[in-house]
Design a protein around this ligand. Structure first.
Ligand code: COA
Length: 169
């Protein structure tokens, strides 16, 4: 496979089965399958979620989903097919979403991953994420989650000149 064959685009409803299968096999393995095709389709229509698909020609080989709030974004899910890993696809999808977050004025991007997922942990560290806390029994009441964060900009200064509206007095 050459890098030139890989393209990124917003995910479509027709990707939902493939995304759900990747989530089941490479993210949620051994746990209850939460991101089935119906749930992925619900993510796709949300205006506060961006879902990017990586394709080798027309075949889906990776995806990543980010949820945007006012100041924070949450990287919900991300996976690349095993045969396509270590080719920069994960980094390119994350760059797409981080750039969207920057443009949206997001202060920090958060994620959690299975504490034993060393590959993803290394991947996120290389992409500038720092580890924050371990959350015991986060997954299925048994497996711990590791939370990570990447700060995109300093917090806005508190508006010290702010006064309550008149009718509050
Ligand atoms: C994590 C994941 C998305 C990374 O995707 P990827 O396309 O292989 O990542 P990239 O090729 O962009 O890697 C970029 C850099 O991250 C680091 N990295 C990625 N995978 C790594 C691994 N297994 N071990 C060590 N470092 C790794 C490397 O520094 C790599 O650069 P290099 O290949 O030049 O050394 C992929 O491994 C995956 O799908 N894992 C299963 C699902 C999962 O764990 N998702 C994350 C939790 S939701």
């Amino acid at each position: 496979m050459s890098h030139a064959a890989i393209t990124l685009r917003p995910a479509l409803a027709s990707d939902s089965l493939g995304i759900a299968a990747m989530s089941r096999d490479y993210i949620e393995y051994g746990l209850a399958w939460r991101y089935d095709a119906a749930r992925v389709r619900r993510l796709l229509v949300r205006r506060d979620v961006s879902l990017v698909a990586a394709c080798d020609r027309s075949a889906l080989v990776g995806f990543a989903a980010m949820e945007f709030a006012d100041e924070r974004a949450h990287l919900v899910l991300m996976a690349v097919l095993p045969g396509h890993r270590r080719r920069g696809i994960g980094r390119h999808m994350l760059d797409w979403l981080l750039e969207s977050a920057r443009v949206a004025g997001i202060e920090s991007v958060h994620l959690e991953l299975r504490a034993g997922n060393d590959a993803a942990r290394r991947f996120y560290r290389v992409q500038g994420f720092g580890e924050t806390i371990l959350v015991p029994r986060y997954y299925g009441g048994t497996e711990s989650a590791l939370r990570m964060v990447r700060v995109l900009r300093p917090p806005l200064p508190a508006n010290l000149a702010w006064q309550p509206p008149q009718h509050w007095a």
